[in-house]
Design a binder for this molecule. Structure first.
Ligand SMILES: CSC[C@H]1O[C@H](OP(=O)(O)O)[C@H](O)[C@@H]1O
Ligand SMILES: Nc1ncnc2[nH]cnc12
Length: 291
């Protein structure tokens, strides 16, 4: 199998350059509108599908992202893996503004966001103990290092509801609980990627120290100033990642995670739910038919 990497670009990253055969593609989803059209193209032997998470021009706030539609359209466009890129605040003195961290754990403190493709008529429980893909994460970390960036190879990301930033007490609490980073979008994105059988890595660009850090209260102007410096490194890292991926993509255990996750007996599965999830479940459904 070859690689088709879906890139979900966060704050400050609304397109990528250097794509061969670049074109914007609009894709319909039964889950509603995705954040934007998808920029499709190729770098060397790797197909890329880039989705600006908040839409071009930054239209959609984190709590109103249609994450199910975003993951669904990337699946429909043939993505084999997802690399998310996000601006984050740091709760860890060693992770400084300008650094990158490849996230390996999440704490989900979002509230009431749709966070699953499953509903009555089709029940599934995917494992999330290790929520990110170690293989893609390692390639992403190596790519940032190869481009001269400072990169941390692990970190716990707390997903807050937002859109307001944390209070100082929240920031101190999350820091005391062992979180390294805070952002507003990594969840439910990582959960939905897992349900869609897409190995997911999150490259977090540290833009600020959040408000626990003396003299460093967070605001959007400061974040965007750091982002401007980081976005070029993020783009260069995407190119380096593509160059480093082997020509053939070996299977990942995440590619078939639904085989152990779906519990609903065949005779009580709701055909409408199966139809709505035709892209997410495509491999699993084909497997069910052939036994
Ligand atoms: C611009 S600061 C807050 C905003 O930035 C992050 O978004 P993303 O993860 O898409 O880069 C953060 O989660 C907030 O949504
Ligand atoms: N301090 C912060 N809190 C939440 N999300 C962020 N994104 C960038 N910086 C952030």
């Amino acid at each position: 199998m070859s690689w088709t990497i879906g890139i979900i670009g966060g704050s400050g990253l609304y397109a990528i350059d250097g794509l061969e055969d670049a074109r914007w593609i609009s894709v319909e989803s039964p889950w509603g509108a995705s954040s934007d059209a998808v920029l499709a193209g190729r770098i060397g032997h790797v197909e890329l599908r880039f989705l600006p998470r908040h839409g071009r021009g930054h239209r959609i706030p984190p709590h109103q992202l249609n994450v199910r539609a975003n993951i669904d359209v990337l699946k429909r466009l043939g993505c084999t893996d997802l690399l998310a890129i996000s601006a984050v605040g740091s709760l860890n003195a060693a992770m400084k503004p300008g650094d990158f961290t490849v996230v390996d754990q999440f704490i989900d403190r979002t509230k009431g966001r749709p966070s699953t493709f499953f509903e009555t008529g089709l029940v599934g429980h995917v494992p999330m103990a290790d929520p990110t893909c170690p293989r893609l994460s390692a390639f992403a970390a190596d790519a940032v290092a190869a481009c001269g960036g400072r990169v941390h190879r692990a970190g716990t990301y707390l997903a807050m509801e937002g859109p307001a930033f944390s209070t100082r007490a929240e920031s101190r609490l999350h820091r005391s609980q062992g979180c390294d980073l805070v952002g507003m979008t990594g969840m439910p994105e990582a959960k939905l990627a897992r349900e869609a059988e897409l190995p997911y890595a999150l490259l977090a660009m540290v833009t600020d120290f959040d408000c626990w850090h003396d003299g460093d209260d967070v605001d959007v102007a400061n974040i965007m100033a750091v982002m401007q410096g980081n976005a070029a490194l993020a783009r260069a890292s995407v190119k380096a990642l593509c160059a480093a991926l082997p020509p053939v993509r070996d299977a990942s255990p995440i590619d078939t995670v639904l085989d152990q996750a779906i519990m609903t007996a065949p005779d009580v599965r709701d055909p409408a739910i199966l139809a709505k999830n035709e892209a997410i479940l495509a491999r699993w459904l084909a497997n069910q038919r052939t036994g």
